[in-house]
Design a protein around this ligand. Structure first.
Ligand SMILES: *Cc1c(COP(=O)(O)O)cnc(C)c1O
Length: 441
């Protein structure tokens, strides 16, 4: 923890930090948001995003062959965009006015990984595998990539190792895809990682290494140990360009779905997207991509647990990844898997700083009640963290954001990005649901 004098200075400069430190739910609007024509040059550009989309296309034949569940979509990994009117009505009854229409982007149903990590995590491993195979002369970019499921490729990749630090979902996605390609995989998990996730990983042939500390400590150890092997590659959630690029493709896909559904996004029809945020990679990549497509007509908000507001404190203090929530005496204890992060991604935060409209925080108990209500109204199961975006519209309606930006909220489209859930075992689902029932809100 920082010296109290230091914290006092920070809270004097940004009074909202006092509420954040007191673990109160807050809504923060980003004073540093730039218009799309005034954003600085970032470490990536639109061309990189389009190239990332092409990599996914090259690998489609591999997915078809290696993961039969992707045959029906020709090896494309995508999730539905669903309108959730019953949930919207419930939110309206309980929380007051709800302008516009509410949709759920169901990444809980992404094939294989059952979470948004299938976008970033898979992408980074595929990118690495392609690079190795090209270098070795095993592959041309014009080949049919179903060759990646051949024994020759598996034997080749088996000389190499992949390491990743994770509280769960990232480890699952990296573990599953790496093991399938033939890599040796080490997943370094933090103390709060759930037992069922560790068991599932081990059942896929992944080496799970457990640490007593939190997420950052698991990452640090993983990074150090991976460095000692010259044939090992570390997927670094705290500073990864490739993870970020993988997530940007999610924005391209969403834009295609909106177009197909004839949902307009323009100056008259604003688009609001609410994304659960851990290190800020997945929500950042999606925000970056959406901004490339829709410019100032899309409004991207992140959601963090009250006890793990890593990106929020990084942006408010402008120290980005140079500060952790623990520095401010915040405990980083939340049951929202994937969001239990004390320090933001350096790569992602440098970009998000200029693009996002704001961040709100939410209490764990609220995540559980939302989980229960969504299952009751729409028959959709999400893991607790993935529900965080559902109250976005009402959170923003309570601020002067729409007025300041002169937005026609009657014609707004709200998308809560549901980031995970399908791999949660049945017994856990019941426990989550009942917990939500018991909390009276
Ligand atoms: C990882 C994860 C997030 C957040 O992604 P970051 O890149 O860490 O910000 C959100 N929800 C779920 C379910 C996740 O697993």
């Amino acid at each position: 923890m920082l010296p109290l004098e230091h914290i006092k200075k920070l809270t004097q400069k940004s009074p909202i930090l006092k509420e954040i430190i007191a673990l109160k739910p807050v809504t923060w609007l980003n004073p540093n948001k730039k218009t799309i024509t005034s954003t600085p040059n970032f470490a990536i550009d639109k061309h990189d995003m389009l190239e990332a989309a092409k990599l996914w296309e090259r690998f489609a034949p591999f997915f078809q062959k290696a993961f039969p569940e992707t045959k029906a979509t020709n090896g494309k990994l995508e999730s539905p965009l669903r309108k959730i009117p019953a949930m919207q009505n419930l939110l309206k009854r309980e929380g007051g006015e709800f302008q516009g229409e509410l949709f759920l982007k169901c990444d809980n149903a992404l094939p294989i990984a059952g979470s948004i990590k299938a976008r970033g995590g898979f992408y980074e491993v595929l990118h690495h595998a392609e690079e190795l195979a090209l270098k070795e002369g095993l592959l041309n970019r014009s080949d049919n990539y179903s060759v990646f499921s051949e024994q020759k490729f598996k034997d080749f990749f088996n000389q190499y190792e992949i390491g990743v630090g994770s509280t769960g979902n990232l480890g699952l996605s990296i573990g599953i895809i790496s093991a399938k390609l033939g890599f040796k995989v080490n997943v370094y998990v933090s103390a709060d990682a759930k037992k069922w996730k560790k068991d599932l990983l081990r059942s896929k042939g992944v080496n799970v290494i457990e640490f007593a500390g939190d997420f950052s400590e698991a990452i640090n150890s993983g990074r150090e140990q991976t460095k000692t092997n010259s044939k090992a590659y570390f997927v670094d959630d705290e500073n990864s360009k490739h993870l970020f690029l993988g997530y940007t493709v999610g924005a391209l896909r969403l834009a295609q779905q909106l177009e197909k559904a004839k949902i307009k996004v323009d100056a008259e029809h604003p688009l609001f997207v609410y994304s659960p945020c851990g290190v800020g990679g997945s929500p950042g990549g999606i925000a970056y991509g959406l901004k490339q497509i829709y410019g100032d007509n899309v409004h991207c908000f992140f959601v963090e647990p009250t006890n793990s507001p890593a990106v929020l404190t990084g942006l408010i203090t402008e120290k980005k990844s140079e500060i952790s929530v623990q520095d401010l005496g915040i405990d980083n204890k939340t049951e929202a898997d994937g969001l239990a992060v004390g320090r933001p991604s350096k790569f992602a935060t440098a970009i998000s700083k200029h693009l996002i409209s704001g961040i709100y925080t939410i209490e764990d108990e609220h995540l559980y009640t939302l989980l229960t209500k969504l299952l009751d109204t729409e028959d959709i199961f999400l893991e607790p963290s993935a529900t965080a975006g559902l109250i976005g519209s009402q959170k923003i309606a309570a601020t002067n954001y729409a007025k300041e930006n002169n937005l026609n909220m009657q014609k707004a489209t709200h998308i809560a990005w549901a980031t995970g859930g399908d791999l949660v075992p049945e017994s856990q689902r019941k426990a989550f649901y009942e917990r939500g029932l018991q909390i009276k809100k």
